[in-house]
Unconditional design. Sequence first.
Length: 294
Amino acid sequence: MENGHDAVRQLRYLPAVGSPHGVEVLDFAALRAMDTHRRRTLPQRPDFHVLGLIRSGSGAHEADFHTYELAAGSAVWIRPGMVHRWCDVDACDGPLILFRPGFLPGFTAAEANAPACWHLDEQRLDLALLAAEHLRREHDTTALTPRLAAPALLPHLLAALLLRALPASDVPTDATASGSRYTDVFRAYRTAVEAHFTRRHHVADYARELGYDVRTLTRATRAATGTGAKTFLDQRILLEAKRLLAHTDLPVTGCARRLGFQDAGNFTTFFRRQTAMPPATWRTEYGAVGARGN
């Protein structure tokens, strides 16, 4: 039966009372207190960003088929749509910042480049924690003392936190500033890919829609991500294919249809070209690895 049952919990952004501005500041202790049934250890897919800093402790986190060991200095950035789970954060301490996708649109290029997890040295961690604390205090002031509130500060403080926390190679520069033509082109391409990758598999289709030629899309995408427009599109399709194979009971034919392939043969050819194995084999191997890890 092809019912497409999804084993991933979908998380929607529901701001807490007093947090109406698209950003919320928590910590790992609050996450554990809210999640007494430990659902955090199961696959989940948020429609919002989660930025976490590990002040102390150790643990593990899994994001889109990669497992990361966490320790003091670890930074985690979970983007909307990413399938992740907190494998073990019982001993972790540090801030967790939740924010809506449109809260910082100017960070599109940095978001595309930044890994899901990286490490900060002691000095950079201290500065990032100071930035997170400043954001938390302003957030709490907005919620608890409205007469002193300055909501317009919140996106600026979040931007400052990201600038402090991002790996040095991913910090936006003048070349990736909001006014950069290539950044604007990539932002439009990335948005279009996210909206249409299950139906459009050719860069030329996006070029026609956006009013650019294929070379412009390729240059803009390479400037932002280090890969060409075709590779960026194929990687997005492949990631969703892996998510479907790993986290739903759809047969391969159902996955092919969900992703806009004409038939299972075309999907298998695409998947084998990207991974060197057919989708059914990848699903079996992923399931075996998951079973060993439980």
